[in-house]
Design a protein around this ligand. Structure first.
Ligand code: G3D
Ligand code: MG
Length: 183
């Protein structure tokens, strides 16, 4: 057990950050979920072979003024999950600023980019221009990050996101010493 590793969710309000965490930690999805206020935390134990850690997952409330807490929000993060909504290209473009702020606090922080709400491919179909899988992959490649499509609503891809989180952390922080000295 190497200890507690902080990971942060970043991205515009409404993209599904809280829903992804809830899906992962409790496997529930609240259709009536309101924008969260403040910072919420969830914890989850993960392991890969001999390697085990506790993820402390930080979730930014929708109403909080981001600038007011960005520094303490990012401080000590070992990895960030950057989420956009595939039905809103704007939310993908806005991630640039989020990632810039993250890097100011934690240079070269490992990243995973998630295109959430992929269930809308089936329901919206061709009625709206959605961000394609290829575009998501290309966007993430600029940051050398993996790209994963997910649906917090249907539970699709959520395990894949956190499997990727676990894999990256296990590689980057193989031992307690490596984790302690990281930042
Ligand atoms: P946030 O934490 O990033 O602000 P939330 O986002 O998790 O609060 O989700 C914002 C809205 O998107 C919610 O709708 C939620 O139900 C919806 N949502 C989250 N994930 C998905 C998904 O995978 N697919 C679809 N179709 N919707 C999703 P409301 O209506 O409550 O605002
Ligand atoms: Mg939220």
């Amino acid at each position: 057990m190497i200890g507690i590793l902080k990971i942060v969710l970043i991205g515009e309000g409404g993209v599904g950050k809280t829903s992804l965490i809830k899906r992962y930690t409790w496997n529930t999805f609240d259709e009536n979920m309101k924008l969260t206020v403040g910072v919420d935390f969830a914890a989850k134990n993960v392991q890969q072979g001999e390697w085990a850690a506790t993820l402390q997952i930080w979730d930014l409330g929708g109403q909080i003024r981001f600038r007011d807490l960005a520094i303490s929000y990012f401080r000590g993060a070992r990895l960030a999950i950057a989420v956009f909504d595939i039905s809103s290209r704007y939310t993908m473009e806005r991630l640039n600023d989020w990632i810039t702020s993250l890097y100011q606090s934690v240079p070269r922080c490992p990243l995973i980019i998630v295109g959430n709400k992929c269930d809308l491919r089936d329901t919206l179909g061709a009625s709206r221009p959605l961000v394609t899988l290829q575009e998501g992959i290309e966007y993430a490649a600029q940051y050398n990050a993996p790209f994963i499509e997910a649906s917090a609503k249907e539970g699709r891809g959520v395990e894949d996101v956190f499997d990727a989180v676990t894999q990256i952390l296990a590689e980057k922080f193989p031992t307690r010493e490596a984790a302690g000295m990281a930042f």
